[in-house]
Design a protein around this ligand. Structure first.
Ligand SMILES: *Cc1c(COP(=O)(O)O)cnc(C)c1O
Length: 382
């Protein structure tokens, strides 16, 4: 089966009782045993549930992976992948990683005796400089938030493997439609399924995907032990969402390209960050590595901070909200949202000036998005 078909058919046989086309919702905490000689496939929903099982099969198939464990959130999935570490180990986090992952590395892992260092995924040689005798794994992601920088996944894997590191990759921003990091030698892929996989901004979820039996067993047992399992209904919703991921991503990418080109030509915009633009610093690697350039972009308003904030507050079609990957377009202000815990200095050092706005482009008519953004800039500069 090919990608779009897998999203619809993997693990989704007709329901054996009534031949329902859609898997029924098994909203049950526990399952009956026939007798004590036969352990049922599902016994307790923290450990497993038919809806979760179906979702895991589909996500594994979409990432070309052997195993998937679904979680109650993307962060729960990411933390679960760190269960491969123990006190005394060292790990490396890409310097432009998702803020939540950074927070775990900064605040919580050191308390558990795990040391955390940084590296720059755009310069894989920085791994060699940062590696220590006890370094066990690294985690990175591309495209990054909010500047949409794209690093070369294979190049990072190559250097990491020279040092025997486990490579974890957060594929949330690209989605499995645009790139499959396991095929490039990554050991573990994590997702916030809240975003493109579920696609409708109505559920929080996460997933860990791997071909490695040992990593799978540890991550599965962690989930069971700490109770980070998603609810049956959340799995049911995510399964419903993921069915359309292929055609949704097509429209996200086309719309984002159109919006990026419009913003690039706008006199009130000084810079557009979108890997689909030929002048983006990573356009070449993105073109080689990704099937298309994604639905996320950022732009810098060529004016004062007050004007940038006004533009951000003045859209009608685009909604002012955090998150991404849903069918509706969102506009976000990183200094008060995704990057609020950083100081202004830290943000500017990371290329996030206070005039930068981030967009998650949905599947509306692109012309409505363009007119809305044009109008918001008119209001801001009136
Ligand atoms: C949203 C997000 C997460 C966290 O996922 P939750 O589902 O909110 O816990 C992790 N990584 C990336 C890249 C994200 O965008």
């Amino acid at each position: 089966m090919r990608f779009a078909t897998k999203a619809l058919r993997v693990g989704q046989e007709l329901d054996p009782q009534y031949r329902a086309v859609i898997p029924p919702l098994y909203q049950s905490a526990t399952f009956g045993w026939e007798d004590l000689d036969h352990i049922p496939k599902f016994d307790y929903t923290r450990c497993g549930n038919p809806n979760r099982n179906t979702l895991e099969e589909v996500i594994a198939a979409l990432e070309n992976g052997k195993h998937c464990v679904a979680f109650a959130s993307g962060m729960a999935a990411i933390v679960a992948s760190f269960s491969l570490l123990q006190a005394g180990d060292h790990m490396l986090i890409a310097s432009d990683i998702y803020g939540g992952t950074f927070r775990i590395g900064e605040k919580f892992l050191p308390r558990q005796g795990i040391q955390v260092g940084e590296f720059d995924a755009h310069h894989p040689e920085t791994i060699t400089a940062a590696v220590q005798p006890n370094t066990k794994l690294l985690i990175f992601e591309t495209p990054t938030n909010p500047n949409l920088r794209v690093s070369d996944i294979s190049a990072v894997v190559k250097v990491a493997k020279q040092h025997g590191l486990i490579v974890i990759f957060d594929n949330t921003f690209a989605s499995p439609v645009l790139q499959n990091p396991l095929d490039l030698g990554v050991d573990i892929v994590v997702h916030s399924t809240t975003k493109y996989i579920s696609g409708h901004s109505d559920v929080i979820g996460g997933a860990v995907i791997t071909n490695n039996d040992e990593y799978y067993t540890t991550v599965y047992e962690w989930n069971k032990a700490v109770g980070a399992a998603p609810s049956p209904f959340d799995c049911w919703l995510s399964l419903r969402g993921v069915k359309t991921i292929s055609c949704r991503m097509d429209v996200h990418c086309k719309n984002a390209q159109a919006v990026a080109e419009f913003l690039e030509s706008h006199p009130r915009v000084s810079k557009v960050h979108y890997p689909g633009l030929p002048n983006h610093p990573d356009h070449a690697v993105a073109k080689r590595q990704m099937k298309a350039f994604g639905g996320m972009l950022a732009y810098e308003v060529d004016g004062t901070v007050a004007q940038a904030r006004k533009a951000c507050e003045s859209t009608q079609v685009l909604l002012l909200a955090e998150s991404l990957g849903g069918v509706e377009s969102l506009i976000a202000y990183p200094p008060l949202m995704s990057h609020a815990t950083m100081t202004e200095e830290q943000r500017v050092a990371k290329g996030i000036p206070p005039t930068l706005l981030r967009l998650s482009i949905g599947i509306e008519d692109a012309q409505d998005l363009i007119e809305d953004l044009d109008n918001s800039l008119k209001i801001a500069f009136a």
